[in-house]
Ligand binder design. Structure first.
Ligand code: FES
Ligand code: FES
Length: 209
């Protein structure tokens, strides 16, 4: 990876497309087909249901990552850029329904795709509810500082969309690419299992996830 120019994330040169997903247990997303990003003048992304038209060279650079665009240009600060090299899962968002590491994807490569950040999930999303409940006293907590939580929530969301009733082993495998520096892994896995139970209860009532 090229060295970052000091103080500028957007100046970071990411000229190669790396596989944006590293989620064992969660279906791997193919990187979007490249569309000669350097030549494109405009890109359009649908983020949390709203279309954003952005000019390359003004709103973003060809080297701007999707993570930086989402956080610094569009204000979706739920995702976290911690390692910025695909190793922690803090920047996980859904791209066309699949979990991707947004720090590993150029923003221009997301042109024409549908993105969901943690802000795009409804407040009563079962995964969000389960994480919130798992932080109550008496449970092994799923969050302390909460820094990693959006990444875990989005990874869990992708897992449950594909596998609504995962085993504990499958949950652990799917979350294997996410790091929690507070060490709440047990509580996080329990929260995902609780979210799966909530989804099952909703389905039994005829409510879509
Ligand atoms: S910030 Fe993207 S994986 Fe760590
Ligand atoms: S709760 Fe602090 S990093 Fe996970």
């Amino acid at each position: 990876m090229a060295k970052a120019v000091k103080g500028s994330r957007t100046a970071k040169k990411k000229t190669t497309t790396k596989t944006p997903v590293r989620r064992p247990g969660v279906k791997r997303a193919k990187a979007p087909a490249r569309r000669e990003p350097a030549a494109r003048r405009w890109i359009e992304l649908r983020v949390n249901g709203r279309v954003h038209a952005l000019e390359v060279g003004r709103d973003l650079q060809p080297s701007t990552t999707l993570a930086v665009l989402l956080r610094e240009r569009l204000g979706f600060t739920g995702l976290k850029i911690a390692c910025d090299e695909g190793a922690c899962g803090g920047c996980t968002v859904l791209l066309d329904g699949q979990a991707v590491l947004s720090c590993m994807l150029l923003a221009v490569e997301a042109h024409g795709h549908e993105i969901v950040t943690v802000e795009g999930l409804p407040a009563d999303d079962p995964v969000i509810q389960a994480f919130a409940e798992q932080s109550e006293p008496g449970h092994g907590t799923a969050l302390q500082c909460g820094y990693c939580t959006p990444g875990f929530v989005m990874t869990a969301r992708a897992l449950l969309d594909e596998n609504p009733a995962p085993s504990l082993a499958e949950v652990k495998e799917a979350l294997g690419g996410n790091i929690c520096r507070c060490g709440c892994y047990q509580g996080i896995a329990q929260a995902v299992l609780h979210a799966a139970e909530k989804l099952a209860a909703r389905r039994a009532q005829g409510v879509k996830s």
